[in-house]
Design a protein around this ligand. Structure first.
Ligand SMILES: Cc1ncc(COP(=O)(O)O)c(C=O)c1O
Length: 398
């Protein structure tokens, strides 16, 4: 956490909390580094589902080639914010209205998830044309991953057995241009695993295109670049990934490769900041009850992990009684909800944590606020702060 962010949090009153604090300067630097690590022939679409906060998207927009959306709502949001920016529209269960919206707004790529979706598209096209990728659920063994969405039975993408029928539909309809293949099989892959997956996908696509005499101009290998909530400093190795993609592309001249990461791009720039309302003991264990909870930051509940956090001590104490505190012991950090599932971090050792101290949860920039059950118990919503200043350079000495 940069000093400027700490100072900003220190300046907030208790009633200003909880708050999401987004470090847009850090986000720009991170996105710039990702772009720099990748070969030119790799296009980056940010998966808006990870976090569609407008200011965060604006900071990102300079460093990505476009956005991936997965609903009519996301499509409207992104088109409204960035009218000329390329959009790929994917995701299962697209309704006729959403497909029409995609055609009306001229999405650059439509990712087709099933034969029925393709058939539906042919009935909606009218005089228009559309560029599509077929999303395929390839039978590739993934090994241990955070979230498998393919490589096994799943509702996502086309079974390879359905591809021939889809090709026949496309061949019979000159309005549909098949540009290539889309594959998003998992979330939580490290660079080595993702490269191996990319190699398998490219090899399969080349053989498949050759066998069917198709020209494949592009392949989208999805998102899913891993982040490690237990070790926030161990980040996805974009340099190794970029170098590996460069080697792969050298074997596939003329091919454009696309990736659509979400979590790995924005997760680090977000902090969910709150304060300890109460610190108590129950049957020998310490619990810190925080202002807010998993209705604002659902990530630890959904992933069943401890959200990493940093304690920002607040020394002022004006109450007439002794300040409750935990000292060199494990503490469970919970929210204000009336459910034992409202746990942000369980039995984590702390040096000292007191009622009134601030707690800043890290890695809250993706799948955090936007996946939370915000109305449960009707507590106030958090505030949102977008900090965009660069660190002040150290004074230079003559
Ligand atoms: C099709 C597709 N693309 C991209 C993503 C983004 O994945 P991640 O945020 O893990 O990078 C997802 C996430 O579910 C997805 O379903």
């Amino acid at each position: 956490m940069r000093d400027g962010i700490v100072r900003h949090i220190d300046g907030l009153a208790g009633e200003d909390l909880p708050a999401y604090v987004y470090d847009l300067h850090a986000l720009r630097e991170h996105a710039r580094a990702i772009r720099a690590a990748l070969p030119e022939r790799v296009e980056v679409l940010y998966a808006a589902k990870a976090n569609s906060d407008p200011e965060l998207l604006s900071a990102l927009s300079e460093h990505v080639d476009g956005f991936e959306v997965a609903s009519g709502g996301e499509l409207r949001h992104i088109r409204g914010l960035f009218p000329g920016t390329p959009i790929a529209f994917g995701g299962p269960g697209k309704t006729p209205r959403e497909l029409t919206q995609a055609l009306d707004t001229g999405v650059e790529r439509l990712h087709i998830e099933s034969e029925q979706e393709l058939r539906l598209l042919t009935t909606l096209l009218g005089g228009r044309t559309v560029d599509i990728l077929l999303r395929v659920n390839l039978p590739i063994a993934l090994g241990p991953v955070a979230l498998a969405m393919g490589g096994q039975p799943s509702p996502f993408g086309l079974d390879p057995a359905d591809l021939d029928r889809c090709l026949a539909i496309i061949a019979a309809d000159h309005r549909i241009r098949l540009r290539g293949i889309h594959v998003h099989l998992a979330s939580g892959l490290d660079a080595t695993a993702h490269l191996s997956l990319a190699g398998d996908v490219l090899a399969w696509a080349r053989d498949w295109a050759h066998a069917h005499r198709i020209e494949l101009a592009e392949i989208n290998i999805g998102g899913g670049m891993g982040v490690d909530y237990a070790h926030p400093d161990q980040k996805f190795d974009w340099a190794a990934f970029g170098a590996g993609l460069g080697r792969l592309l050298a074997r596939h001249p003329g091919l454009t490769l696309r990736i659509e990461p979400g979590r790995s791009v924005t997760v680090y720039c977000g902090w969910y900041v709150t304060e300890v309302l109460d610190l108590k003991r129950s049957h020998g264990q310490a619990f810190a009850v925080l202002r807010g909870g998993t209705h604002h930051l659902r990530t630890p509940a959904t992933k069943q992990h401890n959200q990493p956090f940093r304690i920002l001590p607040a020394d002022a104490w004006s109450r007439a009684w002794d300040r409750p505190e935990a000292h060199d012991e494990p503490v469970t950090l919970v929210g204000q909800l009336c459910t034992p599932k409202d746990v942000l971090a369980r039995r984590v050792p702390v040096g000292r944590l007191r009622t009134g101290d601030r707690v800043a949860f890290a890695m809250a920039g993706a799948y955090a606020w936007n996946i939370s059950h915000q109305q449960f118990l009707m507590h106030p919503a958090p505030a949102f702060h977008h900090l965009d200043h660069a660190p002040v350079p150290a004074a230079s000495h003559p």
